[in-house]
Ligand binder design. Structure first.
Ligand code: CP
Ligand code: NVA
Length: 305
């Protein structure tokens, strides 16, 4: 059973710990941090969904910290033939020093963490994408100096990204305005907890969300596993398109973020994602730095702060 610390959601870290993580990740980005706290360790990466950024950033990051990363998919491991999550967890637990999982049901990651005594990191579920939000926050810190006192506008689906943004606003106290169509709101419990801060609002018109915002961000209309809903979602999200006219309503120095992969011409226009306000490439690069910080802390005993 689980004895180690896991990272399944942003709220698994305290406010102070999150600040410590960003400071550590910054030292990794600048090259000041050169330690290899995972020397001789093994890190399993279990992908039940596709990935470019998460796979490469975790694999390269684990290697840079001294660990041996293992890339596992349902095509290779017995999970794909129905072996139980709990059995897989107890086997990996005895052979590796940390596990990252990307899967569908959040409950599967929680079950995995319960049955594993090594740290488990959430590489995306249908409910949460906490590693991406850490990278987004690091990018805001990099380009705007701080996220405190800033306003983030989320445009589109109340999906895993939106839920993790709500958790980040709950922990870090910045303002978050979510513009979501009816029926596509974030998880009710996660949203209510964030709204209790008084700084998180849900609106229906993207123009209301972006007015004066410091950060404008969005995501695909249909997430992995929702491919068959694409046509219905295209109708529901038609007005939730980030283009230059919408960006004009944000602060003049506002930045645009997108976790990627992006669909130009759907949730974002090419002029915005490829334009001067876009920081999406730094955002992707920050996945590496911030996840190295998470691995160094959870698996390598690196202190926070
Ligand atoms: N943003 C993100 O998680 O990208 P991948 O799906 O490519 O890992
Ligand atoms: N919401 C998207 C994020 C991809 C990184 C998905 O779950 O597919």
């Amino acid at each position: 059973m689980s004895t180690e610390r896991d990272f399944l959601a942003i709220t698994d870290f305290s406010t102070d710990e999150l600040h410590g993580l960003f400071a550590l990740a910054d030292r990794m980005r600048t090259g000041e941090y050169r330690a290899r706290p995972l020397e001789g360790k093994a890190f399993a990466m279990l992908f039940m969904k596709a990935s470019t950024r998460t796979r490469v950033s975790f694999e390269v990051g684990a290697w840079q910290l001294g660990a041996h990363p293992l890339f596992l998919t349902p095509r290779d491991v017995q999970l794909g033939r129905g072996e139980a999550m709990s059995d897989t967890a107890r086997v990996l637990d005895r052979m590796v020093d940390g596990i990252m999982i990307r899967t569908f049901a959040h409950a599967d990651v929680e079950e995995f963490a319960r049955y594993s005594s090594v740290p488990v990191i959430n590489g995306l579920t249908d409910l949460q994408h906490p590693c991406q939000i850490l990278a987004d926050l690091l990018t805001i810190r990099q380009h705007l100096g701080t996220f405190e006192g800033k306003t983030v506008a989320w445009i589109g689906d109340g999906n895993n990204m939106a839920n993790s943004w709500c958790d980040a606003a709950f922990r870090l106290g910045f303002s978050l305005r979510l513009a979501c169509p009816m029926g596509y709101e974030p998880d009710a419990t996660i949203l209510a907890r964030a709204q209790a801060t008084g700084r998180v609002t849900l609106v229906r018109d993207p123009h209301d969300a972006v007015a004066g915002a410091d950060v404008v961000t969005t995501d695909v209309w249909a997430s992995m596993g929702q491919e068959e809903e694409q046509a219905q979602r295209a109708t529901a999200f038609a007005a939730f398109h980030v283009n230059a006219a919408l960006m004009q309503r944000a602060a003049s120095d506002a930045i645009f973020l997108h976790c990627l992969p992006a669909h130009r011409g759907e949730e974002v226009s090419a002029e915005v994602i490829d334009g001067a306000q876009s920081r999406v490439w730094d955002e992707a690069a920050n996945r590496l730095h911030v996840q190295k910080a998470v691995m160094a802390v959870l698996m390598g005993g690196e202190p926070l702060g």
